[in-house]
Write a protein that binds this ligand. Structure first.
Ligand SMILES: [Zn+2]
Length: 240
C-alpha cells in the first residue's frame, strides 16, 4: 500500500497534509486519488466510509467515498478541476460523521466483549461479522433458546459505566493469539496484526477506528435479538 493510514494509529486525527500520488478519472466531474498519507477511513470492517474535503492551491474536491481496493486507499472526489499528481493537499474529514461511526463501532465491540463475559461467545455464539452503519448489528453463528436481551444490555452498560480503556497496536499473530478472546479464521501470518484491547478483558483483531474508552460510547441499547437460519443477529443503538 502506497498510503500511510494515519487513522490506524490515531482515531482522533481530523486533518492532514498529503501529496497526490495517483489520479484516475471516475466519470463526469469525479476522480479517484491515492495520497501518500490519509486520515480518511476507507469503508470496511462494518464501519462506513469517511467523507470530507481536500484542498490544494487553486484546487478543491469533495471526498464522498473512500474505498480500500486492490490494496490501495482510493479517495473518490467530486471536483470541477482535475487534480494532478505531485500536488500538495490538505484534507479534513467530516468529524461529526466519523465520531458517530467510531462510537457505533466501539459500541459493537463493547457488546461483543459483553457476550464473551457472559460466556456465550465465542463458543456457543461464534462471531461472524458486524455492521456499524445505519442499522448497526452483530451477527453470530449459532442460536440460543434463552432470551438474553436484557442480560446483554446490562452487561454492555456495565462495561460502559466502568469506563475501561481501549488501546490498539500492531503485533505478530503469535502474540495476538496469547491475548485474543477469539480470532477470526484466515488472518495474515506474514505481517503485524492490529490488535484492539479492552482493559482487563481481552483483545481481538481489528482494523477500524475506536474511541479511547467505553464511557465515551455512552448508553447502549440492545434493540432486538433475532434468529435466522442458524444465525443470531444482535441489533443495537447508542444514545449519542
Ligand atoms: Zn471492529
Amino acid at each position: 500500500m502506497k498510503t500511510k493510514p494515519l487513522y490506524l494509529d490515531d482515531s482522533y486525527l481530523k486533518d492532514m497534509n498529503a501529496e497526490v500520488l495517483e489520479v484516475l478519472p471516475e466519470g463526469e466531474g469525479q476522480h479517484r486519488m491515492i495520497l501518500d498519507q490519509t486520515v480518511f477511513y476507507p469503508m470496511g470492517g462494518g464501519q462506513a466510509t469517511d467523507q470530507g474535503e481536500l484542498k490544494g492551491d487553486n484546487w478543491s474536491g469533495e471526498v464522498y467515498q473512500v474505498i480500500n481496493r486492490d490494496e490501495e486507499i482510493w479517495h473518490f472526489v467530486k471536483t470541477t478541476n482535475t487534480p494532478t499528481v505531485g500536488m500538495k493537499v490538505h484534507g479534513n474529514i467530516n468529524w461529526d460523521r466519523r465520531y458517530k461511526n467510531m462510537k457505533l463501532h466501539s459500541a459493537g465491540h463493547v457488546i461483543d466483549f459483553a457476550m464473551f463475559l457472559l460466556g456465550l461467545s465465542p463458543k456457543t455464539l461464534v462471531p461472524m461479522k458486524a455492521d456499524h452503519n445505519k442499522n448497526p448489528h452483530i451477527v453470530y453463528q449459532g442460536v440460543l433458546t434463552e432470551d438474553i436481551k436484557q442480560k446483554l444490555e446490562d452487561k454492555s452498560n456495565e462495561l460502559v459505566s466502568q469506563n475501561l480503556k481501549f488501546t490498539w497496536y500492531f503485533q505478530p499473530l503469535e502474540d495476538l493469539q496469547k491475548e485474543a478472546i477469539y480470532l477470526i479464521p484466515g488472518l495474515p501470518t506474514n505481517k503485524p496484526l492490529r490488535t484492539l484491547k479492552l482493559e482487563g478483558i481481552g483483545a481481538v483483531a481489528d482494523g477500524g477506528t475506536q474511541v479511547k474508552n467505553t464511557g465515551e460510547v455512552g448508553k447502549i441499547k440492545i434493540e432486538s435479538i433475532e434468529k435466522e437460519e442458524g444465525l443470531t443477529l444482535v441489533r443495537y443503538s447508542i444514545a449519542g
